[in-house]
Write a protein that binds this ligand. Structure first.
Ligand code: NAG
Ligand code: NAG
Ligand code: NAG
Ligand code: NAG
Ligand code: NAG
Ligand code: NAG
Ligand code: NAG
Ligand code: NAG
Length: 608
């Protein structure tokens, strides 16, 4: 028996058997192919084998080591790695899922060894997954497999379920390999249509709905917006545009929302924060309900490529936090934890920070997700620097970086060329020029005007129709026609003639209003009155309510519905639709009268 096992190990080592580690995509976080920045699964496997050898030595066993949790035999072909934890698994979070393609989707869970004392860190936890085409999980699974997780990746597990059919719903479940009776809750997920599916056949001919979110700060309130989207709308996909977590602490204790830990700097900090956020029942419901598509690495406030508001790689920056972490270390920690905890794909192993990517959803739309935060952004407003206003116009200043910018233009053009009806662009910050009480937010596109102009030029000159930009970040609602700022020659703000698309910018899930924390609707509307007057392209402004919006697409119409939460200081599903906007295919502007001429909150530019 002993020698047989040793032979098995020898074979395993010789063939570099790391499949069970490699199948868990969390080990390639953050950067697959960069050994110093991802986990070396060969080393993990070697460590594992070393442990097994130790367990087999007489000296160790006469010392009385407890082996009951580490069986020498695992049913099925487990010859590569017979030593796994069998003391019981706690699926601490629900089965989550994201980044659907037409033939695969990412499945996520977290499998923590049960018991007060964690097992020897060399011991992996083995998790199996199965995905079925029916809710009863009956018949043969469409895909299944085993994968390891361990403390190295905070016991997260991310696998790609493959061989799926386009535009189809699936049900999945995780289990403890060593005790298949221990299972995770069943999750339901889905794929997207294949690129060539005719537009009217996408989603079985039913309209497709995206729920769009940004800015959920735990200490500011309960994530009711996620819950309303999950329970009260027919959302097919959740899109998150950034500030999914916050690095700060704040005073949430009064509403039972005390943030754990400290200001985020290290990998342990970021993991703890993601873990805590994922205990909010509304967020859990939203992750369970439908696949998520996200696009921000979540480092810290006012991030740009070489720093954030309170961290950079200078001596000063390194001492910002109790940990003394520098910006680069902080960013790597953030990115690593993000890839462990979020059901997101790593797009390009050779382009380390890249998460900008495109989803071709039949001929109905392209969903293009940009990274306007972490990828290659030139310096932004850091509160203490005053230079940004004066350089906002500089031609060579970039928000996206050259690679992403040219890819974006190619993607827009390719989308038009392949006759996709809609081009939906998810990105973090408000695109439209906004004079806010005499100032521009130069952390938004207003600080990168040449880059914005190049995008508008591309849309106009290539005659690219039906572009809708989705934005977050600003903690208020803004709906605008897309046109060059100040251009009242081409663009008529009354009729919308001359616009080249639409921007839907959404308010925060909880983060306090840009108009003032806790501002009441009447006071916010006074501010909005001025905003819609002084800003040419802006058609609706609303600044009191926390919330989200949905975007529903069919072949002829895009409809955005904004939802306002009545109260985020308790967990509840109390909300109302504050406004609904229509964009007709081919019109490239908000349909008139804007919002049907009637809104339940906020202020329209022209009230008919
Ligand atoms: C399982 O995890 C949940 C969530 O973290 C926790 O509340 C519970 O106490 C854990 N159960 C065990 C047996 O460890
Ligand atoms: C680094 O950040 C600190 C504030 O945290 C700031 O005072 C300092 O000027 C920054 N250095 C650079 C080079 O940006
Ligand atoms: C832009 O050009 C100016 C002047 O040529 C140069 O000083 C600056 O470094 C450039 N900025 C960027 C972001 O490339
Ligand atoms: C910006 O808005 C303010 C009102 O808040 C107004 O006084 C000012 O003229 C506006 N500036 C421009 C350039 O439109
Ligand atoms: C639009 O006009 C205002 C007021 O003159 C100016 O501050 C702003 O820079 C202009 N925007 C662009 C993009 O030229
Ligand atoms: C698309 O949706 C709009 C709004 O709900 C509806 O009026 C229109 O008839 C739909 N178009 C098609 C082709 O179903
Ligand atoms: C929200 O509800 C809580 C608890 O009922 C209440 O104390 C608070 O005043 C409410 N806040 C608002 C803005 O209505
Ligand atoms: C959402 O659904 C729940 C029941 O699941 C209901 O109690 C709540 O009032 C609904 N909220 C809205 C905004 O419709």
């Amino acid at each position: 028996m002993l020698s047989l096992l040793l032979t098995a190990f020898a074979l395993g080592v010789a063939s570099g058997a790391t499949e069970l580690f490699d199948r868990n995509l969390a080990y390639s976080s953050p950067f697959v192919g960069a050994p110093h920045l991802s986990h070396n699964t060969r080393a993990l496997q070697a460590r594992h084998v070393e442990y097994a050898k130790r367990q087999l030595s007489d000296t160790e066993s006469s010392e009385g080591f407890k082996d009951e949790h580490y069986p020498t035999f695992y049913g099925g072909d487990f010859s590569n790695s017979p030593w796994v934890y069998s003391g019981g698994i706690n699926f601490t979070h629900s089965g989550e899922h994201g980044d659907p393609f037409d033939n695969s989707v990412l499945l996520w869970t977290r499998a923590v060894p049960k018991g007060a004392v964690l097992p020897d860190q060399s011991i992996p936890v083995c998790v199996s997954f199965k995905i079925f085409d029916n809710a009863k999980l009956s018949g043969r699974p469409i895909d299944s497999g085993d994968a390891f997780t361990s403390y190295d990746v905070d016991f997260t597990l991310k696998v790609e379920a493959q061989n799926l059919n386009p535009d189809t719903h699936y049900w999945f479940q995780f289990a403890d390999c060593t005790n298949p009776k221990t299972v995770s809750p069943v999750g339901m997920t889905r794929t997207i249509a294949s690129p060539n599916t005719p537009a009217h056949q996408v989603n079985g001919g039913k309209p497709l709905t995206f729920a769009v979110f940004s800015c959920s700060r735990y200490q500011d309130g309960y994530f009711n917006a996620y819950g309303v989207a999950a329970h009260n709308t027919s959302t097919d996909f959740f899109v998150h545009l950034g500030d999914y977590i916050y690095e700060s602490l704040g005073s949430g204790a009064a509403i039972g929302r005390k943030t754990l830990g400290r200001e985020l700097a290290t990998i342990a900090d970021y993991r703890q924060r993601l873990n805590q956020y994922r205990t909010d029942v509304s967020l859990v419901a939203a992750h369970v309900k439908a696949p998520w598509i996200t696009d921000d690495h979540e480092v810290a406030d006012q991030a740009w490529k070489a720093g954030t508001a309170n961290s950079n790689d200078t001596t000063v920056g390194c001492s910002f936090s109790p940990s003394g972490a520098c910006f680069t270390d902080r960013k790597l920690a953030a990115v690593r934890a993000y890839h462990e905890w979020m059901p997101i794909r790593q797009v390009d192993p050779d382009d380390k920070l890249r998460i900008w990517r495109n989803f071709q959803i039949g001929k109905l739309l392209d969903l293009t997700m940009l990274d306007t935060r972490q990828y290659d952004r030139d310096i932004t407003d850091l509160y203490y620097n005053t230079v940004i206003n004066s350089i906002a116009d500089v031609n060579n200043r970039s928000l996206m970086g050259t690679n992403q910018e040219s890819w974006f233009f190619d993607t827009l053009s390719a989308s038009k060329k392949r006759d996709a009806i809609w081009r939906i662009v998810g990105q973090q910050i408000v695109f439209t020029q906004l004079n806010e009480s005499g100032a521009f937010d130069v952390d938004a596109w207003d600080g990168y005007r040449a880059n914005r102009a190049r995008i508008l030029d591309h849309l106009y000159s290539e005659k690219i129709d039906n572009t809708i930009i989705l934005s977050g970040d600003s903690h208020a609602n803004w709906v605008s026609d897309l046109a060059h700022p100040n251009d009242t020659t081409t663009y008529d703000f009354i009729t919308g003639k001359g616009a080249i698309g639409v921007e839907f910018a959404g308010t925060a899930v909880t983060s306090t209003s840009a108009f003032g924390a806790g501002i009441l609707p009447a006071a916010a509307d006074k501010i909005s009155q001025v905003l819609v007057q002084v800003n040419t392209d802006l058609q609706w402004s609303e600044g009191s309510y926390r919330g989200f919006f949905t975007l529903t697409l069919n072949t002829t119409t895009a409809m955005a519905t904004y939802y306002a939460m009545r109260n985020v200081s308790t967990p509840n599903l109390d909300a109302f639709a504050s406004a609904t906007f229509v964009v007709e295919a081919g019109a490239n502007k908000l349909a008139r009268p804007v919002a049907g001429g009637k809104v339940n909150a906020g202020v329209l530019k022209v009230q008919l």
